[in-house]
Design a protein around this ligand. Sequence first.
Ligand code: CA
Length: 229
Amino acid sequence: MSKVLIIEDEKNLASFLQLELMHEGYEVEIQYNGRAGLDAALELSDVDIILLDLMLPELNGLEVARRIRQVKDTPIIMMTARDSVIDRVSGLDHGADDYVVKPFAIEEMLARLRSLLRRSSVKQETIEDSDNRISYRDIFVEKDNHIVRRDDQIIVLTKREYELLLSLIENINVVQGREDLLRKVWGYDSDTETNVVDVYIRYLRNKLDVPGEDSYIQTVRGTGYVMRR
Ligand code: CA
């Protein structure tokens, strides 16, 4: 059973989330201000995911996320009332893994939650021989200097191609939709055409794939992309 820590000062919303999550079989703990939420996030060792409000008394959500991230990599979903690109991007910059804009449908929150929990359990199984090196088949990514290699051969990628590859390779076996990839790699969604993702996947394949062999990146028709082990 996964445990969810909710940090939210709107008591009605917190209770609603708690009921829905418990109904789905999650264990839930609630804190009503940023300070208490941060303490709980740092002290409790069994929290699997955190739902964090942006506007909180005592310590705002961005600061809470930043301080949690200094110590732990527990997945964080930021809940923001303000639907602006700046808030989303700064939330992600401060260590949140995803965000939902209030008011949100509970189904959307549950889907994001499941996706993040799945991703974080897969991440632990991905081969990382140090924090900075990650590999998939014969592709090696050195994260500290942004170098991608196949054996001794360096594959030169643009910044977006690199981030797209990293996003796929860090989520082995997790199918990611175009919107997910767009949000993670480009940092925004809605107005940008999701087919920019298809274009960059094509660039990546051109650079990575070996003629006559299966592509490193699989297309899941109607859904998105995945690298499978
Ligand atoms: Ca609030």
